[in-house]
Design a protein around this ligand. Structure first.
Ligand code: SF4
Ligand code: SF4
Length: 170
């Protein structure tokens, strides 16, 4: 399962390209109502959290391509962190706290290597406030800003972070 997640995370931009272009065609050529897109974004938010922006959205694809041209990684981080997005982002970002699948830490097996935090743009922007593994700090995965890139989970060397339905993992 972990290997599947790693493949998905490393292929995310291609998945976003396929889904984003398909959605654009559905909206522009098949005249799918934006209300259906909004409903779909909200439903995926209930199950997965805020996955729409970085896995499905055509605008998200354009923004990512533009940001990849930026030589300054800070600009990319700031966009990812501060984007206020659209109604889908507002709803699904809020649902990050309540979604069925969420990022969970097994503190017992964590070796505090910090690799997860190094992958996270939320931690990069506010290292005093957020951490995926440090006790007493806010979980970035539950914040509005987390767009479920899942790079933190993929980076964990021993599976202490999981994107799952269970609150406690072993
Ligand atoms: S999925 Fe992980 S690395 Fe990506 S933004 Fe959320 S907490 Fe940070
Ligand atoms: S990458 Fe995994 S083992 Fe390392 S600090 Fe994060 S949760 Fe702990």
């Amino acid at each position: 399962m972990r290997n599947v997640l790693k493949v998905l995370v490393s292929s995310r931009i291609y998945i976003l390209a396929i889904l984003g272009i398909s959605l654009y065609i559905a909206i522009s050529q098949l005249h799918i109502s934006l209300w259906f897109v909004l409903l779909g974004g909200a439903i995926t938010g209930v199950v997965f959290g805020k996955v729409f922006c970085r896995w499905v959205c055509p605008m998200g694809l354009i923004m990512e391509l533009m940001m990849s041209l930026s030589p300054d990684g800070k600009v990319r981080q700031m966009y990812q962190y501060h984007k206020v997005g659209c109604p889908i982002a507002w709803i699904s970002g809020w649902l990050n706290k309540f979604s069925f699948l969420r990022i969970h830490l097994n503190q017992d097996s964590c070796i505090t290597c910090g690799k997860c935090d190094k992958q996270c743009y939320i931690v990069a922007m506010e290292p005093q406030k957020f951490s995926l593994y440090k006790p007493g700090m806010e979980e970035p995965g539950s914040s509005y800003t987390c767009s479920k890139c899942l790079q933190c989970v993929a980076a964990c060397p021993n599976g202490s972070l999981k994107y799952s339905a269970k609150r406690k993992i072993s």
